[in-house]
Design a protein around this ligand. Structure first.
Ligand code: EPZ
Length: 419
């Protein structure tokens, strides 16, 4: 397995290009199941999760071409099979996003039930209840969700008891081909959902309320081809903002959009980081010391749970204490013991962690159990004295395109050791 070696202490400076968003690309690819196509997605990132979604869609019968040099994914054809197998779903939970489109267009789907996950139990009950409200019957058989709507889906008013990105996306896609009107109330408002809705409308769907927590969908008989640019990855942008800040550097995050970052810019400013919006990006600079700042994760436009670990790494070297509360996932502090191995002072209990800043972290061999936890260790390593080796790099490859190359290009001493 590959490892990443970082020798800390270098200030980052220069330009970091931000790739297309993983969490926008995955539902957009699943949306290809709603049409004969072609659906052409531009600004596509080259990531392990994208390859996994492409493999799943090919298993279902679609033709998927990923032109990596052109950053373009072309999807065409219709599903010949409606089974999303365990072997793929267990690798990537976002596979559940094929459920809504398959039932809506083919009247049937068989999708392996995703199991638990390193960051929490992550049930899919809201996806299933929503599909039932649209008229599908749902059964569980041998670890698989069996969904059926032989006469098609029918629009309904669905009030989510809890904000869920994935359930909003699944039901939004399903509702585009349902008979009549669907209302999704208390819908998630993450920018990736707006991007999906825009693309579906380009394919011929009729979705209103984009960007709000109430999406209204008037069902149509079929969807057609479209070409759609994937939005820049706000979590990648936020991560590199923290990387620049932790080294006291200055850089431009090319392509990043400030509005998509929700509460992250406000929180970073409170912590002593300067951010300014440019025509095609965001400039980040950390001129003075970092200041301990409290943060609580929330659905968009609140502070993203996908930025919690990276912000914690930053707070490890801030002046004073900061309280970090995770409200979205019940087990998303797996980076804490690893950060502590690098000299961080963190106490945590339940959903909250108190970080007491230290003047210096020190390099160590570390590893992590999920994507954002892994990248928080890279950030800590950039600021640490000495050498850090981060193993289980496959987590990083799921969501950060060419991370070692992007960081080395702005001055980090970082390399990948291949086994
Ligand atoms: C998406 O996951 C993202 N993944 C996650 O990013 C992100 O952390 C999460 O949204 C929250 O922003 C993709 O977009 C592919 P949820 P998702 O449904 O859709 C509970 C990353 O690092 N819930 O919004 O699975 C759930 O347990 C990943 O890139 C139910 O109870 O998240 C959680 O507590 C990790 N029942 C909360 O809702 C359900 O049916 C929010 O989850 C569904 C969710």
């Amino acid at each position: 397995m590959d490892r990443i070696v970082v020798r800390g202490g270098r200030r980052l400076s220069g330009v970091i290009p931000i790739s297309g968003a993983k969490n926008a690309a995955l539902p957009l690819m699943a949306a290809a199941l709603l049409t004969e196509g072609p659906l052409v997605l531009t600004n596509a990132p080259d990531l392990a999760d994208i390859a996994t979604m492409a493999a799943l869609l090919r298993t279902l019968g679609l033709t998927v071409e990923h032109d990596k040099a052109a950053r373009r994914i072309t999807l065409r054809g219709s599903a010949r099979d409606v089974t999303a197998p365990y072997d793929i779903v267990r690798k990537m939970r976002a596979s559940i996003l094929v459920l809504g489109p398959l039932v809506a267009r083919h009247g049937r789907a068989r999708v392996s039930l995703p199991g638990g996950c390193a960051i929490g139990t992550r049930p899919v009950d809201l996806h299933l209840k929503g599909l039932e409200a649209l008229g599908a019957t749902i059964a569980l058989d041998g670890g698989y969700i069996e969904a059926a709507a032989p006469k098609g889906l029918t629009g309904a008013r669905i009030v989510f008891p809890k904000v869920s990105v994935g359930a909003t996306e699944n039901l939004l896609m399903a509702a585009t081909l349902a008979r009549g009107r669907t209302e999704l109330v208390n819908a998630a408002r993450e920018p990736e959902i707006g991007d999906l809705a825009e693309c579906l409308n380009e394919m011929g769907a009729r979705i209103g309320g984009i960007g709000t927590d109430r999406l209204v969908i008037e069902g149509v008989d079929s969807l057609g081809p479209a070409e759609h640019p994937i939005i820049p990855d706000r979590i990648e942008a936020g991560t590199y903002a923290c990387a620049v800040a932790i080294t006291g550097g200055e850089a431009v995050l090319k392509g990043a959009r400030m509005a998509d970052l929700g509460a992250v810019p406000r929180t970073l400013r409170e912590a002593g980081v300067e951010l300014s919006e440019l025509r095609d990006g965001v400039r980040v600079r950390r001129p003075n010391g970092l200041i301990g700042t409290d943060v609580m994760t929330e659905p968009f436009p609140g502070f993203a749970t996908d930025m919690q670990a990276q912000f914690m790494a930053l707070m490890c070297v801030a002046e004073g204490a900061s309280m970090i509360t995770e409200t979205i996932f019940e087990n998303r502090f797996m980076h804490v013991p690893e950060l502590m191995r690098m000299g961080a002072r963190i106490n945590y209990h339940g959903a909250s962690a108190i970080v007491r800043g230290v003047p210096k972290l020190s390099g160590a061999p570390v590893m992590a159990t999920d994507l954002r936890a892994s990248v928080s260790l890279i950030l800590a390593a950039l600021a640490a004295e000495g050498q850090t080796t981060v193993s289980r790099v496959y987590h990083l490859d799921r969501g950060y395109e060419a991370i070692e190359r992007k960081l080395a290009a702005v001055g980090a001493d970082i390399e990948r050791l291949r086994d």
